[in-house]
Ligand binder design. Sequence first.
Ligand code: NAI
Length: 346
Amino acid sequence: MREVAIIRGDGIGPEISEATQQVLETAGAALRWQEVILGQEAKRRWGSELPAESVERIRRIGVALKAPLIAEPRSGGLWIEGHGERRRYPSVNNGLRRELGAYANLRPVLGFPGVSGRYQNLDIILVRELTEDTYAGIERQPEEGRAEAVKLVTREASERIARFACDYALRHGRRKITAVHKANVLHLTDGLFLESVRSVVAQYPELCFDDRMVDAACYLMVKEPCVFDVLVLPNQYGDILSDLAAGLVGSLGLVPGVNIGPGVAVFEAAHGAAPDIAGKGIANPIGLILSGAMLLDHLGQREAAERVRRAVARVLAAGRCQTPDLGGHSSTRELTRAICAEIECT
Ligand code: NAI
């Protein structure tokens, strides 16, 4: 049995967490869940969405399954106290990742027969840098009617994300790394990112390298996404392109992910808390369920992970049980039951 933190999250979070736990348990995962409270519930109980004790428990446990958290637009940012200082972050999700030292966000975007149409064979990996760029939280308003945000890029963080992507590519039999940037306009910042990624990939003779300007990358992603294999992106482009890629395969609700830092891995779906459908019982749980399968891989429970992935693919291919985001009328619970039934009968 391996201890895993579970953060049930906000909005659709509790519905899809329940579904995911049920599927992983049906697949025979040997996990002992430890509930950690963050987000709106933490704010209600303790006055902060990001209590330092909750972050510390995740750090100690080292592996977490996290449902989405609502990030309210606010001018003051979000504060966390600990180790004798107060730190400010632009949102609860950004704050959690950075408090944990998570620097890489990995999102595999996979097409599925039955729901992904012409993108059903898509199989690409987006690797997003998590600590810098315009999401570093360096924003200011020097005067009324003028606001500024700093785009922060360092060689150290760019090389670190590039090494992460290359190591991942080698371990998973991938062949090509594409750096996404806008170095023709942002010469210094995106230029440094591009140069850093290029120099790291050059140390991996097994891998090919190319680069795309972010606007052209968006175009190609829609027009001819199979030209990509592993993409390495600065924080903001990574945020945007991973939602775009999720749209191609049919729904934000299909794409899993993980945030990785030293000694910590937080598995979460690509989507947010979807407040527009929260509590209606119609959220697609597959993104979090597949994040759960990635978590099982991470813990070496590969057979259970494979059972989950196979069942999800079969249920989607059969096309009988689909939540509304996929064009169907099924509820979260019906889809979850169908996946569990598929696991049980194979
Ligand atoms: P969102 O991803 O929550 O929703 C965008 C659209 O996709 C909505 O129409 C929603 O109904 C739909 N959608 C998303 N996930 C779905 C699912 N599993 N099944 C069916 N439909 C789904 O993005 P939005 O609306 O911009 O953000 C809502 C809240 O979530 C915000 O507070 C945002 O800051 C937060 N958020 C949290 C993230 C996290 O915890 N990692 C990531 C992104 C956003």
